[in-house]
Design a binder for this molecule. Structure first.
Ligand code: NAI
Length: 249
């Protein structure tokens, strides 16, 4: 129950890493506000969270398309109205874009940057205002190993994740005096819908590049997120933590 009493927003919580983060936080007693695009999938995750016996109320669910700016601020206002506090944010929602440089269209850039950069930046801004009231709190951003290493065919996605690395490092400096910690997790290759959608050959090539010779699990990422949110990491900020099983890309 390391997160009992903590109010935490998790984006992209309907599946994959976000779902695993929600379940881990619920198991540790957190009060959650979950958001994603698919309202039905989100409700199912909320049911799963409630069934874990963490003692917190059933998570608030808000279906939101983070490609649009509307709704993000309202989400934080609603959470504050419900609970009078915020303790953490996990900026997890993200989309993969695969395509060689020559194939990238301007509208792809706008879409990927809107979801992977603009939305988490704005969420950090709204969260920081609330976290500052208590002079404490933790923001965890989902970056990617691609944000620092890059790979052929991932220029746009890697650019979006490099932006998250920069935003994390900068916000950590800005918010440290207010007691707010900001860290990022940089997963390597995790077994979720995002990676299962890859062509078989590309999937196999990626797994071949992992020292531990397997994809990671969403739960292995969630454990690190819970650590960064919780009381065991109160002096950890401005870190980009790889969760990649020694992937070489
Ligand atoms: P996923 O595709 O399984 O789940 C993505 C989640 O984000 C879903 O809940 C989806 O509803 C939400 N989402 C996507 N676009 C959205 C939008 N426009 N508005 C609202 N919600 C939206 O992805 P996965 O694998 O769980 O990834 C989670 C995060 O981890 C992403 O930021 C991803 O870039 C990052 N990551 C994943 C890796 C992997 O190997 N799976 C590796 C490195 C980073």
């Amino acid at each position: 129950m390391r997160l009992a009493g903590n109010v935490i927003v998790v984006t992209g919580a309907s599946r994959g890493i976000g779902r695993a983060v929600a379940l881990e936080c619920a198991a540790q007693g957190a009060t959650l506000a979950l958001t994603a695009r698919d309202p039905d999938a989100l409700e199912l995750v909320a049911d799963e969270c409630a069934s874990l016996g963490g003692g917190a109320p059933r998570p608030r669910c808000t279906a939101l398309d983070l490609a649009a700016i509307d709704g993000i601020q309202r989400l934080f206002q609603d959470v504050f109205a419900d609970h009078g506090r915020l303790d953490g944010l996990v900026n997890n929602a993200g989309i993969l874009h695969e395509g060689l440089l020559g194939m990238i269209r301007a509208e792809d850039v706008d879409r990927v940057l809107a979801v992977n950069v603009r939305a988490p930046l704005m969420a950090m801004q709204f969260a920081a205002r609330l976290l500052a009231r208590r002079k404490s709190g933790s923001i965890v951003n989902l970056a990617s190993i691609m944000g620092t290493r890059g790979a052929a065919g991932l220029s746009l996605y890697a650019a979006s994740k490099a932006a998250i690395v920069g935003a994390t490092l900068s916000a950590a400096k800005e918010l440290a005096p207010r007691g707010i910690r900001v860290n990022a997790i940089a997963p390597g290759f995790i077994d979720t819908d995002m990676t299962r959608a890859m062509p078989v050959a590309a999937h196999a090539r990626r797994v071949d590049s992992i020292g531990m010779a397997r994809a990671g699990t969403a739960e292995e990422v969630a454990h690190v997120a819970a650590f960064l949110l919780g009381p065991d990491s109160t002096y950890v900020t401005g870190q980009i933590i790889g969760v990649d099983g020694q992937m070489t890309v």
